[in-house]
Design a protein around this ligand. Structure first.
Ligand SMILES: Cc1cc2nc3c(=O)[nH]c(=O)nc-3n(C[C@H](O)[C@H](O)[C@H](O)COP(=O)(O)OP(=O)(O)OC[C@H]3O[C@@H](n4cnc5c(N)ncnc54)[C@H](O)[C@@H]3O)c2cc1C
Length: 253
C-alpha cells in the first residue's frame, strides 16, 4: 500500500483568482511525491473541513466506513475535483475551483476554496483518470462546462491529434487562456440565461465534425453530459465505447 492510496493531509501554499468565478488553490504535502498521476482528468476526492482547523482524516484504505463512523458535526465533507497540475519535485498540486453561488446556494467545496488561505489544511485522496482515447483514434471531441475546464485545459495541452473543443460557460468573463496545439479549435460558448447544457448541445448539432475515428470526452452538469452523449450516439452514430461522459455535478431543481 502506498501513501497515494490513502487520504493525504496537504496545506494551502497559495491561492490565485483565475476569473471572477474560478480560483486556483496550490496544495503542498510530503506525500505528494508518491502521487500516482494517471492523466489530464485525474480525479481527487477532497476531504473538506467543516469546522476551523485541520480535518480528521481516515487512516486506512477502508476510508469510507471510517469516514462514516466519524461524528457528523466534525466529519469532513467529500467533494470531487481535478488535478490541474502536479509537481512531484516541489510536492505540490493545483486545483481550480468553480466559485458557484453565494451563502446557502454555495456548497462546502466552493465555500472552502473561496476562503482558502496559506496554512489551511485539507485532505486529498487520489482516485484515477478516465481520459483514455482508444488506439486508432483519429480526432477528438471535448465538451464541457466550467467544472470541466481544469480537465479540458489539461487535455488540450497534451493533445497530439486534431480536436474540436466546445466549452459552455456563463459569459466571456469565464474564459481562460488555454495553450492550443495546431489542429485543435477551442470554442467558448456563452449560455447567458439559457438552460445549462442547451448552448453546448445546439452548437454541437450545427457543427460539421471531422471524418475518421473519433474519441469523445464529455463532462459537466449532468444534463449537458447526458444530452451531448445522446446526440453523439443517436444522431452522429458514434460508438458508445468511444465516448467518455460524466455528470460532474447536478443542478438543483
Ligand atoms: C470527476 C470530477 C471532477 C471534477 N472536477 C472539478 C474541478 O476541477 N473543479 C470544479 O470546480 N469542480 C469539479 N467537479 C465538480 C464538483 O465536484 C461539483 O461542482 C461539486 O458539487 C462542488 O461541491 P460544492 O461543495 O461546492 O457544492 P455542492 O454542495 O455539491 O452543491 C451546492 C449547490 O451548488 C450547486 N453546484 C454544485 N457545483 C456547481 C457548479 N460547478 N456550478 C454551479 N452550481 C453548482 C448544486 O447544484 C447545489 O445546488 C468535478 C466533479 C467530478 C465528478
Amino acid at each position: 500500500m502506498t501513501a497515494a492510496q490513502l487520504p493525504m493531509l496537504v496545506t494551502v501554499t497559495a491561492t490565485k483568482p483565475l476569473t471572477e468565478r474560478m480560483v486556483r488553490v496550490t496544495l503542498a504535502g510530503d506525500s505528494l511525491t508518491d502521487f500516482d498521476y494517471a492523466g489530464p482528468d485525474h480525479l481527487v476526492r477532497l476531504f473538506v473541513p467543516v469546522v476551523p482547523g485541520e480535518p480528521t482524516l481516515p487512516v486506512t484504505t477502508e476510508w469510507w466506513p471510517e469516514l462514516r463512523a466519524m461524528p457528523e458535526a466534525t466529519r469532513p465533507v467529500l467533494r470531487n475535483y481535478t488535478v490541474r497540475r502536479l509537481d512531484r519535485e516541489r510536492r505540490e498540486l493545483d486545483i481550480d475551483f468553480v466559485l458557484h453561488g453565494h451563502g446557502e446556494d454555495s456548497g462546502p467545496g466552493g465555500t472552502w476554496a473561496a476562503n482558502a488561505a496559506p496554512g489551511d489544511k485539507i485532505g486529498v485522496l487520489s482516485d484515477g483518470a478516465d481520459y483514455r482515447p482508444p488506439a486508432g483514434t483519429e480526432w477528438q471531441l471535448v465538451v464541457g462546462d466550467e467544472s470541466a475546464v481544469p480537465a479540458i485545459a489539461a487535455i488540450v495541452e497534451q493533445l497530439h491529434s486534431p480536436a474540436v473543443v466546445l466549452i459552455e460557460v456563463a459569459d466571456a468573463a469565464d474564459e481562460l487562456p488555454i495553450a492550443v496545439p495546431e489542429g485543435t479549435t477551442v470554442t467558448w460558448l456563452h449560455r447567458g440565461a439559457a438552460t445549462r447544457g442547451d448552448t453546448a448541445l445546439a452548437a454541437l448539432r450545427e457543427r460539421d465534425l471531422p471524418t475518421g475515428t473519433p474519441y469523445a470526452w464529455v463532462a459537466g452538469e449532468s444534463a449537458l453530459a447526458t444530452g451531448v452523449r445522446r446526440h453523439l450516439v443517436n444522431d452522429r452514430g458514434i460508438a458508445k465505447d468511444r465516448i467518455y461522459f460524466c455528470g460532474y455535478w447536478r443542478q438543483s431543481a
